[in-house]
Structures are given as C-alpha cells and as structure tokens.
Design a protein around this ligand. Structure first.
Ligand code: PLP
Length: 379
C-alpha cells in the first residue's frame, strides 16, 4: 500500500466552517423521542414545553421573563414596538451587526443609525455619544460574537438622555459582563436559536427577554395576533411564536449548555495558544483575559493581513472560513439608503475573518487550522 504524501493528507482533510447535519446527529435519538412525544400529544403551539423552556431560560439568565418568538429578528422588532418606538425615532446601532438589527428598527417604524465599532468589534460607546440627536430614542447594542459590550458605559450614556436600551443578544446567550448576563441590561433583548447558534434549534427560533411585566404583557399579545389571555383581540399583532417542538429541543440542550460553553472556550484558548505569536493576525480576547467579561465564542472572528489570500489558502487545504454579513457593514448598504462615513469599520471589514468555532471540531482540527495559518504567514 502506498502511503499518502503530506500534500495528499492536506488535500484529504476537510474542516467545514459549520456542519449543519451535526446539529441533529449529536442528539438524534433524544430528538426523535421528543418529536414522537410531542407529535403523539398533538402539542404544537403555545404548549407546556414552551412555557417550561421559557421559564428555565429566564432563570438561567437571571431575568424575569423569556418569551419564545419565531426568530430573533422578529424578537427585536416586537421588543422595539412593545417599548413604544414611535415613527421616525432614531435607533443607534453598531455598523458591525447583522442586517436583522437594522431591519427590526426599520420595520418598527424607526430610523436605524449605524455607528463605528471599536477594536473589540463591538459598538463604540464614544461613537454612540457622538450620534445622539434630539430624535434619538433607542440604543441597540449588539452583543457580537458571544461577547457582551461594556454595558456600564452604554447605560451611563442612555440615562441622561432617557434613551431606551434594547439589546441584540442574538449571538450571546450565556455571555456576561461584570457577572450579569447579556440580555438583561436593557428593557428587553432578543436571542436567536438559528441552528448555527450556540443554542440552536432545528430551524428558526428566538426569544425576547425582559424583566418588565408590562413589556411581557405587550409581547405576549404582539407575538400572538394581538390576543389577550382572555382570547380577545385587543391590539394589532403578528404571528411570531416559537414552536412548542423547537422549545422542547432547546430545553433539552439548555440543560447541557454549561458543557457547550466550556468546550467553545477551550477551543478559543487553543487558538490563542497556537496563534498568539503570529503578528499578522489579531485574535479575539482569550477566555478569562479580562475579569469583566465571560465570552461564549459564538464566533471566533480574527483580523488578518492579506485576509482574502489567507481565506483562499485555507480553502485549498479544506478549511472553511466565513466573512461575517457577506463582508458588508450596515453603513455600506447603499441600496438601503445609508450615507454614514465610518472609516474605522471600513478598514476593519477588509481584515475580518471567522475561523471554524463549533462543537464538531476536534482538538486535532483546531491544531491543523492554526498550523495552516502559521504556514501561510511563514511562521
Ligand atoms: C447579531 C444578530 N442579530 C440578529 C440576528 C437574527 O436572528 P434570527 O436569525 O433568529 O432572526 C442574528 C442571527 O444570525 C445575529 O447574528
């Protein structure tokens, strides 16, 4: 038998950016049991499994309420409406976020105002301060990549201007700042359960988190056709409910979430160990490098010199990487009418690259990815 050459071994190896079948395969037997159980009960919409998950999630976060919705985009939109957004209100958000954040502000009737992010890739509090006008009513910080913004600074900016904070915590379930969970700093927050999220369901799903009782009442109506608990229609509403089946699957995963966060943090620590000396890349902060932050590494987003060449080099070696948002920041979406000039974010977007960060990665995979990056830079 002929042994493979080193080049053939490389060509043979495949580390996809994300492996969607694994989301199901990891717990296939348990999920099939859950599906059977719910199907036989006919418990599809707004049933006990959803209520149980909502309650467990609220406890996990240290919030009063969590309300399942169809996805986090809807969750952000409904949260802004429930918080009283009026037509034309300006909503300050980071330009380094998903279009969903801005779309939620737009569809709630507001005007999204993208501002610069900082070297941590999160919204820059100084840029928020500079963007406040008499029409500003909301700040929507995105807790990006599984890291929570410096919320003390953002809260201090919001207070004197009476601005309402709605967090986009789509990527940050379990992330903490000064011991407090992402999703609990503003009047409400939305979290996503898209399959590639750290807590991901078998399709779309999301939740709105709030500790405000009147927000809860409004959100319960808004997500269910404007229906009150009496069954009467008392306001305009949408159909945006988290399926009972998805909630049961998420609840199963939530019970194991500690291990999942720990594994992702271990992968991040390995990337740091292997890549810290590579001058051409800037890595996310290592786990526990800052006592104020507990990061859950939804993404591992690096900055890289010659980013596009590196991406191609890794692709040729079977390694999938991704440039977040297809490489476009919000203010760069000219088709949507944005005119802001944000040079820091522009420069950053020429360098951003996400490395694989998920539970399918073996320790060897992480080592292999890092080895190839070092090789690319001649390290
Ligand atoms: C930062 C951010 N905001 C909002 C969303 C929207 O979440 P969903 O897909 O559940 O609507 C996402 C999802 O990818 C996200 O990453």
């Amino acid at each position: 038998m002929r042994l493979m050459t080193a080049e053939e071994v490389i060509a043979d190896r495949s580390v996809p950016f994300f492996c969607y079948p694994d989301v199901f395969a990891r717990h296939a037997d348990q999920y099939l049991d859950i599906i059977k159980n719910i199907g036989l009960r006919g418990a599809y919409i707004l049933q006990d499994d959803l209520a149980r998950f909502e309650s467990n999630l609220a406890v996990f976060l240290g919030a009063k309420h969590s309300l399942g919705v169809a996805n986090a985009t809807d969750g952000l939109h409904l949260a802004l409406r429930a918080a009283g957004l009026r037509a034309g209100d300006e909503v300050i958000l980071s330009s380094h976020t998903m279009i969903a954040t801005a779309a939620a502000a737009h569809f709630a009737g507001g005007v999204p105002v993208p501002v610069e992010c900082g070297s941590d890739h999160l919204i820059d509090p100084d840029a928020i301060a500079a963007a406040i006008t008499p029409r500003t009513r909301f700040i929507m910080p995105t807790q990006l990549n599984g890291r929570t913004c410096r919320m003390d600074r953002i809260q201090a900016l919001a207070e004197p201007h009476d601005l309402v904070i709605v967090e986009d915590a789509a990527q940050a379930l379990g992330s903490r700042f000064k011991g407090r969970a992402a999703g609990t700093f503003g009047i409400a927050a939305a979290i996503s359960f898209y399959p590639a999220k750290v807590l991901g369901c078998l399709g779309d799903g999301g939740t709105v988190v709030t500790s405000d009782d009147s927000m809860r009442e409004k959100l319960l109506q808004l997500r269910d056709h404007g229906r009150a608990s009496t069954g009467d229609i008392v306001s305009w509403g949408l159909n945006s409910r988290l399926d009972n089946l998805q909630a049961a699957i998420l609840d199963f995963q939530l019970a194991r979430y500690g291990e999942v966060m720990a594994r992702r943090r271990a992968i991040a620590a390995s990337y740091t160990e292997y890549l810290a000396e590579v001058d051409e890349v800037t890595l996310p902060p290592a786990p526990d490098s800052d006592p104020d932050h507990f990061d859950i590494y939804q993404n591992y987003e690096i900055e890289a010199e010659r980013r596009d060449d590196l991406k191609q080099f890794l692709r040729d070696r079977g390694i999938g990487t991704l440039i977040q948002w297809g490489g476009q920041a919000i203010h760069q979406l000219k088709a949507l009418g944005f005119t802001q000039s944000l040079p820091y974010t522009d420069r950053l977007f020429e360098r951003l690259l996400m490395l694989p960060m998920n539970l399918s990665l073996s320790d060897d995979d992480v080592c292999y990815i890092a080895e190839q990056i070092r090789r690319f830079y001649g390290n």
